[in-house]
Design a protein. Sequence first.
Length: 431
Amino acid sequence: MFAKFNKLSRALYERIMGEQITHNVYVFLTNFKYIIFGYSTAALCVFAFEVLAGRNIGAENYGKYVLIGTVSFFLSVVMTFGLTTAGVKYVAQEKEPLERKKIVSTTYLLSLMFITISSIIFFILAPLLSKSFSIVLDIFYVSIIFTICFSLYTLSVDVLRGLNQIKKLSLLRAIYGVSIIFLLLVYILYHSLSFKTVIGIIGAAYILFFLVATHNIKRNLSLSIDQHWAKELLSYGKYAAIGGLLLNFLPRLGQIFINKYLSLADVGIYNAYYLASIGLTVFFCTIFITIFFPTASGYQRKDSITKRLKKALPFFFIIGMPVLFLSQLLILNLYGAQYPVDYLLMCFFSLSGILISIYAIYGWLLYSKNIFGAKVITGLTIGIFFVNIFSNIYLIPRYHLFGAVYSTILTYLIGILCLTTFQKRILKDSE
């Protein structure tokens, strides 16, 4: 199977790019096939998990579950402080084994410190913060616990990426997917399902992933923090914390405002469309960026990468739009009658998925450049973050679910235009 994949990927690359495949590209594609195996297995399980959860707990409770996940994405920005992203970059760049061990150990220990301290602060400030997110205190407490699980999972995934242990990452991701669908099915058979149970299953799987991954990389860990690398990680991490993780959080921001202006059932319906379009796009982007970011970080010059990306851009729309439309048509019908199908809304979600993928890939390319690139993409992402907030506030009360997706499209169009305008300045090869 892998031999056929190698032959097909080589042929597609040479046809699209119009050039012979290089050794570095071949290594990239080799790692890519392992990630596709693990993440595709997990994706099928997560897809089944989401559909079964959505059908069994109903749109309103599904909305609560979705809201917890969205808030957790935001809180994880503070919990990890971008240290895991910084860890990927510097571990991938560093070739000397002893230095790599120092970076991994420092990343682990600093991240655990930030997770612990921020968790305590979140619990103390929970009554105030829950009002800011327009959610009840009970749900916010669950969000904090889930954020801890998610942050530990993110830490272990990023360290495996930096160490280029792609086979292990792929296998663990597949195990994660199988474990959550197995636990869900067992629970459905013997108990009634609630949104807290759904969250608990995913949280338990995150912790299991973290423990197994940590055991696998224990040779790269020590109980000491290197001051030099701590300074480097924190310097880079402060930008990655704000911008890098917002790249993941931004597409979900509309769910918070839907909860504020509409209803929890609308949050659930929106997430069904989101999962079938943007979620699918994020899945493929995650697969690509899992390999792309550490690979790009190892390149001093980025011009060859940008040329290849430009050639690939038309295929995002030619292939992506119809695929996302059809996936929504299939998945929304699987969710059931509580999740109505609207063809026009599906078209807008398809477009938003393509724009998000383009912005995300170019954003991570900038993060792979240096701290200057991180500053630029962080500043831009903060800017469009506020665009998204204000457009959601204006559009959702007027156009309901359409308003949320309009806001997403507007936000990423502005972001992509800015990236295109300043691309030469940002990605120039002279430092």
